[in-house]
Design a protein around this ligand. Structure first.
Ligand SMILES: *[C@@H]1O[C@H](CO)[C@@H](O)[C@H](O)[C@H]1NC(C)=O
Ligand SMILES: *[C@@H]1O[C@H](CO)[C@@H](O)[C@H](O)[C@H]1NC(C)=O
Ligand SMILES: *[C@@H]1O[C@H](CO)[C@@H](O)[C@H](O)[C@H]1NC(C)=O
Ligand SMILES: *[C@@H]1O[C@H](CO)[C@@H](O)[C@H](O)[C@H]1NC(C)=O
Ligand SMILES: *[C@@H]1O[C@H](CO)[C@@H](O)[C@H](O)[C@H]1NC(C)=O
Ligand SMILES: *[C@@H]1O[C@H](CO)[C@@H](O)[C@H](O)[C@H]1NC(C)=O
Length: 632
């Protein structure tokens, strides 16, 4: 009865739309006619808490401010402001934004994504209507793959377009799972393949692999492993970790690497995890490894700045092609508007950026007081570093794609149709059909999986005389070209690990030269083998031959067993002992027979010869003579 009653009441309650859970207010907000959502992990990390399950969990406490995400948020604001200012694109329509901090935590990402759709702020009193349209027309973000999969799963059923600038996991191309996910960065489907081909190109068949234990690392490494196997590359080890893992797990990984024989490490790591690895390598004095990396860390000065012991020097990897957005750098570095916005997040940002405090607490060590007049010149940190400009460009392209789609839907021509109803599905379909060039000439379009064309630069870390690392471009990879022309690397211009000009060798066994064949070692990967000589009469004429082939009938193997040579004809010569003995015997026999024949002829009328049947005897003697001569 109680259950029934409860069911009745809950049904009655369903008719009323009311707020469940806590309010989440956006970190940054500005009103406009059309609203865009933004999801950034302004904080990298969070405080782990033991839940007691007896009281409501406290809100997540986010730690370690991430300047990169501030830059990305600035890039989004820049694009919005530029569109707002322009009279060609969306004239008379102002764009607004709502930006939330996800802390890089999946559960929080989902929560704030729902907050974006629902606009919790506005549900003050319970109302009958829950079916309000979504508050934002599109969502920009998230940077990492794992939060992106979580968000895309939640917003997919509502077809709210989500455009990510940095989530590369190939899993996100699956449109049956993530129907409204789009991105302006190529999928790892291409990057993993390209990396495997790069490793193969350098002849490294025995490599180790480290990955981040999330969707980005696991999915990327799975594709890499599969392609590597096809190309005959073996992984000596493949380990994963996450930056919040306990120290002993990371210690185990270091031990694995120390015990390994391969010299090349393929790292599918996010930038934050790369920092952890560099720190561990430094404290164990592990140098001399040749690193191969992904776009997440390979062209980031933050990684280079953390690498004080030159562990990563000579690293090669793929990066997003360089890009430039005019005006963006000045916009990002102009922090005055942030200060005047009087926002909690920006206060924290300001205090971290300039290591000062607005409200001095005298209990802790003395810090300087923030004046609000601090100057960015002289501040050399991640916030002032523009090496991630290609990613800012991705964000810029994403905002423009949404604006172009809106422009088409509102059929803007001098003025826009103010009465047009916006619905997410139409916007999503319109964005997928978009094809335009940015003011810098970059083409923007999405393929049927919502991915852009895959183009990478091949980057090499070169350091001269203890100066800063230079990210030299040593090649290109373009997945749109035919297979044999996709990769274009200039090996001569690469500086390898430990500033060496010699390409490192990383193989389990040396190549088998011609004349030998490979014999696999029991219980070891296929890249580990012994080389055995071919048997007599058999050859192998290529390196790393698996079998020896038998020479044709009239030929024979040479000394090195790497070529077939014609069999030589041999003669007995008169000068050899055997030859002269045989000749002598033959001549002696012939003479004897001739002598006997002569005697028979002279005495042919004697009874003795007659009795011997002279005709037959002559025939016999003649034949015998020929027999003796035969051997000559
Ligand atoms: C867009 O422009 C309008 C005026 O045209 C302004 O009021 C609004 O603040 C601008 N929005 C942004 C995000 O710059
Ligand atoms: C938009 O216009 C305002 C006022 O004209 C200007 O100060 C601002 O720099 C412009 N923003 C962009 C991104 O062009
Ligand atoms: C709340 O939503 C109503 C429409 O449902 C709208 O008229 C009103 O302006 C909103 N209030 C705020 C503060 O956004
Ligand atoms: C690291 O190794 C180098 C040479 O391999 C050596 O000179 C240096 O002292 C070592 N440093 C530490 C902290 O062990
Ligand atoms: C825009 O409007 C002008 C006149 O107001 C007209 O001549 C032009 O054809 C229109 N353009 C489009 C693309 O409809
Ligand atoms: C190797 O031997 C095979 C058959 O014996 C021959 O067809 C092939 O041309 C040879 N290759 C080289 C590189 O000598």
């Amino acid at each position: 009865l109680q259950l029934l009653l409860a069911a009745c009441f809950s049904q009655a309650a369903e008719l009323v739309c009311s707020q469940n859970g806590d309010l989440e207010s956006p970190q940054l907000v500005k009103d406009g006619d059309v609203m865009l959502g933004g999801l950034f992990s302004f904080h990298n990390n969070w405080k782990e808490r033991e839940e007691t399950y007896t009281e409501k969990p406290l809100p997540l406490q986010c730690t370690s401010l991430n300047f990169r995400e501030f830059q990305l948020a600035q890039a989004m604001l820049f694009a919005i402001e530029e569109i707002n200012n322009s009279s060609d694109l969306l004239p008379g329509v102002s764009l607004g934004y709502k930006i939330y901090d996800t802390c890089g935590f999946n559960a929080r990402s989902v929560k704030v994504a729902l907050a974006l759709l629902n606009d919790y702020e506005n549900v003050s009193a319970p109302s009958k209507e829950c079916g309000r349209p979504a508050q934002v027309q599109a969502i920009m973000g998230e940077a990492s793959s794992s939060p992106s999969t979580a968000i895309a799963t939640v917003i997919g059923p509502f077809f709210i377009p989500m455009i990510s600038h940095f989530a590369t996991c190939a899993c996100l191309s699956d449109k049956s799972k993530y129907p409204s996910f789009l991105r302006t960065i190529p999928s790892d489907y291409y990057q993993s393949r390209a990396l495997a081909q790069l490793v193969k190109h350098f002849g490294w068949t025995w490599v180790g692999a480290v990955r981040t234990n999330d969707d980005y690392g696991n999915s990327g490494m799975a594709t890499f492993t599969e392609t590597a196997q096809h190309l005959g590359i073996c992984l000596e080890y493949s380990v994963s970790f996450f930056r919040t893992d306990p120290a002993d797990k990371i210690q185990k990984i270091i031990n694995t690497i120390k015990a390994s024989t391969s010299k090349v490490i393929v790292a599918f790591l996010s930038q934050a995890d790369m920092d952890v690895i560099i720190h561990e390598f430094s404290s164990h004095n592990l140098t001399g490894y040749q690193w191969v990396g992904t776009e997440a860390w390979i062209f980031d000065f933050q990684t280079a700045a953390g690498d004080r012991n030159h562990i990563l020097d000579g690293a090669v990897g793929l990066s997003i092609p360089k890009a430039h957005v005019s005006g963006l750098q000045e916009f990002i570095l102009n922090v005055e508007p942030l200060f005047s916005s009087n926002n909690d997040l920006f206060t924290e940002f300001w205090e971290t950026l300039f290591s000062c405090e607005f409200k001095l607490s005298y209990s802790v060590e003395i810090k300087t007081r923030c004046t609000g007049q601090e100057d960015l010149t002289g501040v050399g940190n991640t916030f002032t570093d523009m090496s991630l400009m290609p990613i800012f460009n991705n964000m810029y392209k994403g905002v423009y794609a949404v604006a172009r789609a809106l422009h088409n839907i509102l059929s803007c021509n001098q003025t826009c149709d103010g009465n047009a109803q916006l619905d997410p599905l139409t916007i999503l379909q319109q964005i997928k059909e978009i094809h335009f060039k940015t003011k810098e000439g970059d083409e923007v379009y999405f393929n049927e999986n919502g991915d852009p064309a895959a183009k990478y630069e091949i980057i090499n870390w070169q350091r001269r005389d203890d100066g800063p690392v230079e990210f030299a471009v040593v090649g290109l990879y373009d997945a749109s070209l035919p297979e044999d022309r996709q990769m274009d690397v200039h090996i001569e211009s690469i500086v390898w690990a430990q500033n060496s000009l010699m390409m490192p060798v990383s193989v389990c066994s040396e190549k088998c030269p011609p004349g030998k064949r490979k014999v696999l070692q029991k219980g070891k990967p296929v890249c580990c083998y012994d080389c055995l000589h071919c048997a007599e009469g058999e050859i192998s004429n290529s390196t790393d031959s698996v079998t020896c082939v038998r020479c044709p009938l009239e030929s024979w193997s040479n000394e090195n067993r790497d070529a077939c040579i014609k069999k030589e004809a041999e003669f007995l010569s008169y000068n050899e002992i055997m030859g002269s003995l045989l000749t002598a015997a033959s001549l002696f026999g012939t003479c004897m027979t001739v002598a006997v024949a002569v005697i028979f002829v002279t005495h042919r009328n004697t009874p003795l010869v007659r009795a011997n049947n002279s005709e037959l005897s002559f025939l016999l003697l003649f034949s015998l003579k020929l027999c003796f001569l035969c051997s000559l």
